[in-house]
Ligand binder design. Structure first.
Ligand SMILES: NC(=O)c1ccc[n+]([C@@H]2O[C@H](COP(=O)([O-])OP(=O)(O)OC[C@H]3O[C@@H](n4cnc5c(N)ncnc54)[C@H](OP(=O)(O)O)[C@@H]3O)[C@@H](O)[C@H]2O)c1
Length: 238
């Protein structure tokens, strides 16, 4: 069993990822009204935690790298810090490049999803921080196993997948997204090649959504002209 995974993202009308590039709100629409919808809806899901990719987690985690020259050789087994009832802040970090510096991100308990190839020094750093970690295979790319461990070890029933585009694309490719919650800003980015909210890195011609269909389950216009869409992901049998 794995958790129910909801990909919750804000975007421009052209599906782009970076709010700093969006056009300004129209006259009379306060930017903070538009900004507030994302966190309010995030909280409303009352999920057990949230998941982000290594690049996005690097922007949020404020620690710096420390070297543990005499770190013991540890088995590649899950390590659970003291969660203390908090929600989970999960970073998908195959090579151990995220440095938390503490046991939480924004108050939620830090959990690193690693490849077994990471150094013992990095594991020692995570343990000293009080963070938890699990392994997603040798290269850290077995996302299905990682999600199953989050259910089994942490009791996670619902998790929010919150970007960036690369990790959202990887989850889509692996058939691990059950629902999309998309907040469409009344804004446009407009430049060719700007990252989109689902941005799978694969071969030309690949279709990461193949075998999956989206069914609209909710459509609501929010204050300031933001549109909230919810889609259930349906998979073809087999
Ligand atoms: N709309 C929003 O408000 C919003 C929300 C979230 C993020 N963002 C922005 O998005 C940007 C980052 O997005 P991003 O797409 O570049 O990066 P990302 O999705 O945050 O992280 C991608 C990284 O995740 C790791 N990863 C682990 N397993 C993977 C797999 N199977 N496939 C692909 N990657 C895997 C890789 O780390 P390694 O390179 O270490 O292997 C990869 O480079 C940031 O600037 C952030 O601010 C915006």
């Amino acid at each position: 069993m794995r958790p129910h995974i909801i990909c919750h993202m804000g975007t421009s009308i052209d599906g782009r990822l970076h709010p700093s590039r969006f056009t300004k709100p129209a006259a009379g629409i306060p930017a903070e009204v538009l900004r507030s919808h994302y966190e309010r809806i995030h909280d409303g899901f009352n999920a057990d935690g949230w998941i982000i990719g290594r690049v996005t987690m690097n922007e949020m985690a404020k620690g710096t790298e420390r070297q543990f020259a005499n770190a013991p050789k540890l088995p590649r087994e899950p390590h659970l810090g003291n969660r203390d009832g908090r929600k989970l802040a999960v970073g998908i970090d195959p090579s151990g490049r995220v440095h938390f510096g503490k046991d939480n991100v924004g108050g939620d308990h830090a959990v690193a999803v690693l490849g077994e190839q990471v150094s013992d020094s990095h594991l020692a750093e995570l343990r000293e921080d009080g963070a938890s970690y699990i392994f997603a295979g040798l290269k850290g790319d077995d996302l299905a196993s990682a999600m199953a461990q989050l259910a089994a070890r942490f009791g996670a029933k619902t998790l929010l997948l919150e970007g960036g585009g690369a990790i959202n694309g990887a989850f889509l490719k692996h058939g691990l997204i059950d629902e999309f919650s998309t907040l469409i800003h009344p804004a446009v980015d407009g430049v060719a090649g700007s990252q989109s909210i689902v941005d799978y890195h694969g071969e030309a011609g690949e279709r990461p959504g193949a075998g999956q269909s989206l069914r609209l389950t909710h459509c609501e216009t929010l204050e300031g002209g933001m549109v909230w869409l919810r889609h259930a992901v349906e998979r073809a049998p087999g």
